[in-house]
Design a protein around this ligand. Structure first.
Ligand code: UDP
Length: 273
């Protein structure tokens, strides 16, 4: 199997300076503020940019799925989402500066774009959720303009119509909540034809923002336990992701740490021979 690193290409517009690699996957190691600046600048610029979030479950999926790895490698920006990535960075000696997840980033981005006239299209989640989210955004007058909202359970045959609907809406920013890696692959395949400047895969954001699913209290989030709270709320859907996925992720990290450490030991043993 080819390594993820072999299929990467440098792309214009990428945040090139601050990158780290976890399990061969590139992460743009930005703070929340830097990520917001980056997105706001791209919304004012030209061309199309894909933004992806990477959490521990995404790493597990990417290590098994070459197409997903390729999409991540071609994303303009890959942000480190969650405590798992921060711990992995610490173990592997690559410090992740901040947990930058979509649910925290979105309200800050709305604030940042207030009065800018930027238009957002919401695609994803169950029937009615994107519309509820739209109403909540519009409760905040003077904020971003939501120029379209539709659920994420569309038939593949209607995809072309959906793409032209987004194009007709004149959206600058497209949020896609179809779950990873489906949303990242969909963005890579279709979003550049919609005319948006930036498309972001946001996972469960619409469910949280619409109020369909409660978000973990701040203190749990601060202790890196949001995943446990989500597991308690949706055990049937999420048990596999967390109860099997977390140990698998840990295994990948420890394997890499061991490889790195034993390589270092051999190298230094050679020095003393
Ligand atoms: N979803 C969708 N279409 C699909 C499959 C999933 O719109 O074909 C939605 C689902 O309703 C949920 C989101 O995608 O709102 C996935 O959320 P999840 O919590 O899995 O994302 P995470 O943030 O954990 O990556």
């Amino acid at each position: 199997m080819r390594k993820a690193s072999n299929i990467e290409h440098e792309l214009p517009g990428r945040a090139e300076s601050k990158t780290v690699r976890i399990c061969g996957l590139r992460i743009d190691n930005l703070t929340m503020r830097e990520a917001l600046d980056w997105i706001a600048q791209r919304l004012d610029g030209r061309g199309f940019h894909q933004v992806s979030f990477l959490n521990a479950a995404c790493v597990n999926m990417a290590l098994r799925d070459r197409d997903y790895r390729r999409v991540l490698a071609h994303s303009s920006l890959v942000l480190a989402d969650g405590i798992g990535l921060r711990l992995a960075g610490r173990v592997l000696g690559r410090r992740i500066v901040e947990n930058v997840n979509g649910t925290d980033l979105f309200p800050l981005l709305c604030e940042r774009l207030r009065g800018s006239g930027k238009r957002i299209f919401l695609l994803g989640a169950g029937p009615g959720i994107a519309e509820t989210m739209r109403r909540r955004i519009e409760d905040n007058p003077g904020g971003v303009i939501v120029c379209g909202a539709t659920d994420g359970y569309f038939h593949p045959e209607t995809e072309r119509e959906l793409v032209s609907r987004i194009a007709r809406s004149g959206a600058d920013l497209l949020l896609v909540a179809l779950g990873a890696p489906h949303q990242e692959k969909w963005i890579a395949r279709a979003a550049s034809q919609t005319g948006v400047k930036v498309a972001i895969g946001v996972g469960g954001l619409f469910d949280f923002y619409s109020g369909r699913i409660p978000r973990a209290p701040q203190w749990l989030r601060e202790h890196g336990l949001e995943w446990a709270y989500r597991l308690c709320h949706e055990p049937r859907r999420l048990w596999r992701r967390y109860l099997i996925g977390n140990p698998v992720f840990l295994w990948h990290i420890l394997r890499r740490w061991w490889r790195h450490w034993s390589g270092w030991r051999l190298h230094h043993a050679g020095d003393h021979a």
